[in-house]
Write a protein that binds this ligand. Structure first.
Ligand code: NI
Length: 187
C-alpha cells in the first residue's frame, strides 16, 4: 500500500523514533508499505517518520542510482552493495569513519529542494534487519550518505539542520512556503 509522505512542517518529522522491540506483523506490513511508497516516489531512502510513524525504522535502496557509487565492507572485506539491497535498518547505530565530503541531497519530505551537505564519507552501521537479526557493515559513498540522512530522520533531524547557513538562507523562502502549505493542508 502506498502511504502518504509527510512533508516539512509536520510535527512527526521532529519526533525521535521509538525502539522496535520485536518485528511484529504490523512492522512487517509497515516495511512493505514503506518500500512501495519509496519506489513510487523514486526515493533512495525513507524513514518511518516520513510516513507518520515515529519508530527507529528506515528502508534504503541505492540500486536505481547508477551515477553515484556506493561501497560496502562486510567483516572487513569488500562486498557487493547489491547483496544487502533492499536494506531495512531497525534501531540502527551509526558511527562515522573517514573525512567529511560534500554531496547533493534531496528528501521526499522536501519536494524539489536540493542542497550540498557535508557528511563523513563512510560509516559503520549496526542494526537489526527485517527479520530482527543483527547485521553490521561498513559503507561509503552514496549508501553512507543515505544511511546518515535516514538515521538523522529517526532522531528527528532533517537535512536542513545540516546545511551551511548561507545555503539554508538561500532556500529559506521556499522552506517557509512548504512549511505553510503543510500546515494549511492539515486544517
Ligand atoms: Ni529525507
Amino acid at each position: 500500500m502506498i502511504l502518504e509522505i509527510v512533508k516539512y512542517g509536520s510535527p512527526v518529522l521532529r519526533k525521535k523514533g521509538e525502539r522496535i522491540e520485536s518485528v511484529t506483523p504490523e512492522i512487517r506490513k509497515l516495511i512493505t508499505d514503506m518500500f512501495e511508497t519509496m519506489e513510487e516516489n523514486h526515493g533512495v531512502g525513507l524513514a518511518a517518520q516520513q510516513v507518520g510513524v515515529a519508530k527507529l525504522l528506515t528502508v534504503i535502496d541505492v540500486r536505481a542510482v547508477t551515477d553515484r557509487p556506493s561501497t560496502l565492507e562486510l567483516d572487513g572485506e569488500p562486498a557487493d552493495v547489491a547483496s544487502i539491497m533492499p536494506l531495512v535498518l531497525i534501531n540502527p547505530e551509526v558511527t562515522p569513519v573517514g573525512e567529511r565530503v560534500k554531496g547533493s541531497e534531496g528528501c521526499l519530505s522536501f519536494p524539489e529542494i536540493y542542497a550540498e551537505i557535508s557528511r563523513p564519507e563512510s560509516v559503520d552501521v549496526k542494526a537489526l534487519d527485517a527479520k530482527g537479526k543483527p547485521i553490521s557493515f561498513r559503507c561509503g559513498g552514496l549508501l553512507a550518505r543515505a544511511v546518515q540522512h535516514e538515521t538523522d530522520h529517526l532522531n528527528g533531524l532533517l537535512f536542513i539542520d545540516r546545511m551551511e547557513k548561507k545555503v539554508k538562507q538561500k532556500l529559506q523562502a521556499e522552506l517557509d512556503e512548504l512549511q505553510a502549505e503543510t500546515k494549511a493542508a492539515k486544517k
